[in-house]
Design a protein around this ligand. Structure first.
Ligand code: B16
Ligand code: MG
Length: 217
């Protein structure tokens, strides 16, 4: 039985990865670290601090804790300059309708994201009210693939973990869902998300009833 639906944010509801990339790329250029779109794939779903560590690893660079803090603040300020311009039409195709259908059908709906900017992003997209609970990077201590974020979501919506389905675009998130004892629907191809239980390319043209019927079969 499926009673709870949990959505990741970046890559599932909205493509904020392009703004993360623009900000990280600027920082990498400043530090003379080669960094491209392919490297950016490694940052999807992981925390801000871990993202910086990955970029420094790519460049073989070590920084003091103070410098790391400075660059993290700098990157987030750049990222926020994009997020403050976010428009409702940047919600990924079909995602809002899918959320509306889920609520109308009586499912409990939560958002589980690593992003500490989740509150602002939902506000800019005008979809805060579509979630019964929001658990973000400010509320958890352990990053995906740790199941903490999704277990907290399940708890907040009052649904047993085994009755939750997670929609995720990152392999670390798929693993977090499984570590929480939940079903994982991968947003992307089987090649990119080999561990997901089911795959869709996005919500465009996806019917809630049909999808959940396939998952429960
Ligand atoms: P912030 P998700 C993640 O969002 C992004 O995929 C990841 O690239 C980013 O580093 C992380 O949020 C933290 O974001 O810097 O805004 O706190 O996919 O978990 O919704
Ligand atoms: Mg994501």
């Amino acid at each position: 039985m499926i009673s709870g639906l949990i959505f990741d944010l970046d890559g599932v509801i909205v493509d904020t990865a392009k703004y993360h990339y623009a900000a990280w790329k600027e920082l990498a250029d400043t530090l003379h670290i080669p960094f491209d779109q392919k490297d950016n794939e490694r940052l999807k779903g992981v925390s801000r601090v871990r993202s910086l560590e990955i970029i420094l690893e790519i460049g073989g660079l070590t920084l003091s804790d103070e410098d790391k803090r400075k660059y993290l603040t700098w990157k987030n300020d750049r990222y926020l300059s994009y997020i403050r311009e976010l428009k409702e039409d940047e919600i990924l195709p079909g995602a809002k309708q899918f959320l509306l259908d889920a609520r109308a059908a009586g499912y409990r709906v939560a958002l589980g994201s690593a992003s500490k900017n989740t509150g602002l992003i939902l506000k800019m997209l005008n979809i805060t009210d579509l979630f019964d609970a929001v658990i973000d990077g400010n509320k958890v201590t352990k990053a995906k693939p740790d199941p903490e974020v999704f277990l907290r979501c399940a708890e907040a919506i009052g649904v047993p973990a085994g009755e939750c389905v997670v929609f995720e675009d990152a392999e670390a998130g798929v693993q977090a869902a499984h570590n929480a004892g939940m079903t994982a629907v991968g947003i992307g191809s089987r090649e990119r998300l080999p561990e997901a239980d089911f795959h869709i390319h996005g919500f465009a043209g996806v019917t809630l009833k049909k999808l959940l019927g396939q998952l429960e079969a």
